[in-house]
Design a protein around this ligand. Structure first.
Ligand code: NAP
Length: 374
């Protein structure tokens, strides 16, 4: 029987992933879930008719689901028995600061993405607690800021299998440019990358004074050609993509490839953020037997983890403590304290929901002062 995939969150990213999933022959039942029944049903209808128009026959059902309702999550998972759960549910999307006038947008973004942690952490934490209590043993993939969120959850013994997107979105650019420079077929070019969420904006064109640490190896037919092709130069080579939510197509492409790998008899080398709750992202080997870290010639796992731990500060995060408390860089917390009146130097997971609600409210008030109604 073909596998059942449960997709939680049919917002900006989730609805694009739904469209891609509807065109996947290896997928059986798709169970889409979202807070809003009206919007969820509309997105499922669109995915159905679009996929049929293109020549596929998907099987898509919709279930209204509120992650805040733990009993409902547990019941849904027990009833539907998904092989893979993929969550994109989040209390707020990532691109709202871009709606502000340029000066205010630049100021708020200078705090770093990490300061928004509670809006990404809260629902993933609730979901993972519900799945743990429901004794769910399948694969769990998560989109909200996995490089840090899943690492916090690991401290609470609630880490999802891995994240989606982020460093996986850098790899196709590297393969394309390296193949072009080598004048060799793309299929013969392999990339091994250790990198954090914080690196991606620099790779897709946002100017930065200092680049987060990372490890990059490019191979052609198994031979290291990183220096020969100018690996780091390619990493930051201009590669214009449309701003804003268009990048969800890239995230969705990476996510579908990861799902295919988890359904495959053969082992696939692929990149994921936060495999088993590690900080940042890594190359991994995935098949229907599970996930393990890929070995990298000349780089130990400890060195790879250290690279990503050093990268946290580029997202405004100083460290993650043993109990999951996140300590923010003083200059990052200062930005939101001054601009929004949001004073948060440390975030304990137990305070995440309350701090998320406060941050969302204060950000809305700030945006309104500059004529933006959220
Ligand atoms: N890893 C990556 O590469 C990557 C790429 C893009 C985005 N992301 C992350 O993915 C997340 C989603 O982004 P997005 O742009 O899709 O955001 P979005 O458009 O706001 O979608 C979030 C969805 O979560 C739903 N939701 C909110 N509260 C819920 C609850 N209690 N129970 C169930 N569902 C709930 C929302 O429903 P309502 O609208 O009805 O509230 C909405 O459909 C964010 O954390 C974003 O940062 C990650």
């Amino acid at each position: 029987m073909k596998p059942t995939i449960m997709l939680i969150g049919a917002g900006g990213l989730g609805s694009v992933i739904l469209e891609f999933l509807a065109r996947e022959d290896c997928v059986g039942q798709i169970v889409a879930c979202d807070l809003s029944e009206e919007r969820g049903i509309a997105h499922c209808n669109l995915a159905r008719v679009s996929a049929v128009a293109q020549g596929y026959i998907p099987s898509i059902g919709f279930i209204p689901l509120d992650i805040d309702n733990k009993t409902a999550v547990m019941e849904t998972v027990r009833n539907e028995k998904p092989d893979i759960i993929l969550s994109t549910a989040s209390m707020q999307t990532w691109w709202l600061p871009d709606l502000l006038p340029p000066e205010q947008a630049a100021l708020i973004k200078s705090a770093g993405f990490g300061m928004w942690l509670p809006v990404h952490l809260t629902l993933t934490m609730k979901l993972m607690q519900a799945l743990y209590d429901a004794s769910y043993k399948g694969i769990t993939l998560t989109a909200p800021f996995p490089d840090v969120v899943n690492c916090v959850l690991d401290r609470l013994h609630l880490a999802p299998t891995c994240g989606v997107g982020n460093l996986a979105e850098i790899v196709p650019k590297m393969r394309l440019l390296a193949a072009e420079r080598l004048h060799e077929p793309l299929e013969e070019v392999r990339v091994l990358l250790v990198a954090h969420h914080a690196l991606e904006s620099a790779v897709y064109g946002e100017p930065t004074d200092e680049v987060p640490p990372h490890y990059l190896r490019i191979e052609h037919k198994g031979v290291d050609v990183t220096e020969a092709v100018g690996g780091d130069e390619l990493l930051f080579a201009p590669y214009a993509i449309p701003p804003g939510t268009a990048i969800h197509f890239l995230t969705a492409g990476c996510t579908i490839r990861l799902i295919r790998a988890f359904l495959s008899d053969d082992e696939v080398l692929i990149h994921t953020p936060a495999p088993e709750g590690l900080p940042g992202g890594y190359p991994v080997i995935v098949s229907n037997r599970g996930l393990r870290l890929a070995s990298i010639k000349g780089l130990t796992l400890e060195e790879a983890i250290a690279i990503n731990e050093r990268s946290h500060r580029f997202d405004g995060i100083e460290r993650i403590e043993d109990d999951g408390t996140v300590v923010f860089c003083p200059e990052a917390s200062e930005v939101l304290k001054t601009a929004l009146g949001y004073d948060c130097e440390r975030l304990s997971p137990k305070d995440s929901e309350e701090r998320a609600k406060e941050l969302i409210t204060r950000f809305k008030e700030y945006a309104k002062r500059y004529g933006v109604i959220l």
